[in-house]
Design a binder for this molecule. Structure first.
Ligand SMILES: O=C(CO)[C@H](O)[C@H](O)COP(=O)(O)O
Length: 220
């Protein structure tokens, strides 16, 4: 099975978590895009969706799915999104697409977080295959980078990329992420950091992994 087929498989499987007559949250990226295409089949059963990025809002609209403002709705029933890495505690690294801040907000506002990914994203320790994206206020970029070096990371500026919030991204390599909860808090305590891509405090509740033998479901 190709990686694309595995994404489609988990996107379909996530539909069972979509409750009728509710507002749901939708993530960003190629796996989330597969989910949006599947969600189109249920568009008359849900009230609408809150998007975690402009790209996702555009794709939802292209299917005729109502895109709602988070400020105008209550708790979302479920948030469905991909990830760059996931561990067995369902803690994640996200932000490969640069949408981590809005993704974390929508995930926090949701009763359940269903993460969808192909099995290659499952790791023993976060940060072993993927870098950690950090969104920063532009004027603080160099200052934040120096503070991250003190934490043992090697930050690289994602040049020519501006987030939907008008900020910049530092991709941090070589972090030894033994305690994701502590590191998430430590990085967010640096002045000038908007958010980092560790989803340890608000981890996924369900992880659907696409494999050659079907969808594997991990739950906490
Ligand atoms: O965090 C994200 C975007 O900010 C994505 O969920 C993550 O990058 C995974 O993307 P893909 O499904 O394309 O592998």
């Amino acid at each position: 099975m190709t990686p694309e087929e595995k994404k489609q498989q988990v996107a379909k499987a996530a539909l069972k978590y979509v409750e009728p007559n509710t507002v749901i949250g939708v993530g960003t990226g190629s796996t989330a895009n597969c989910f949006i295409d599947e969600l189109a089949k249920l568009k008359f059963q849900i009230e609408g969706a809150v998007a975690s990025s402009q790209a996702t809002a555009d794709r939802l609209k292209s299917h005729g799915i109502p895109v709602l403002n988070l400020n105008g709705v209550g708790e979302l029933s479920v948030y469905v999104d991909g990830a760059d890495e996931a561990n067995h505690h369902l803690q994640l690294i996200k932000g490969g697409g640069g949408a981590l801040t809005r993704e974390k907000i929508v995930a926090a506002a949701s009763a359940k977080f269903v993460c969808i990914a192909d099995e290659s994203k499952l790791v023993e320790q976060l940060g072993t295959k993927f870098y950690l994206p950090v969104e920063v206020i532009p004027m603080a970029r160099s200052f934040v980078a120096r503070q991250i070096v003190k934490l043992g990371g090697n930050p690289m500026w994602r040049e020519n990329f501006i987030t939907d919030n008008g900020n910049m991204i530092l991709d941090v390599y070589n972090l030894n992420i033994i305690e994701p909860l502590k590191l998430e808090t430590a990085i967010n305590s640096i002045v000038g950091v908007v958010e980092n891509g560790l989803f340890a405090h608000r981890h996924a509740d369900v992880l659907l992994l696409g494999t050659d033998n079907g969808v594997k479901e991990l739950m906490i």
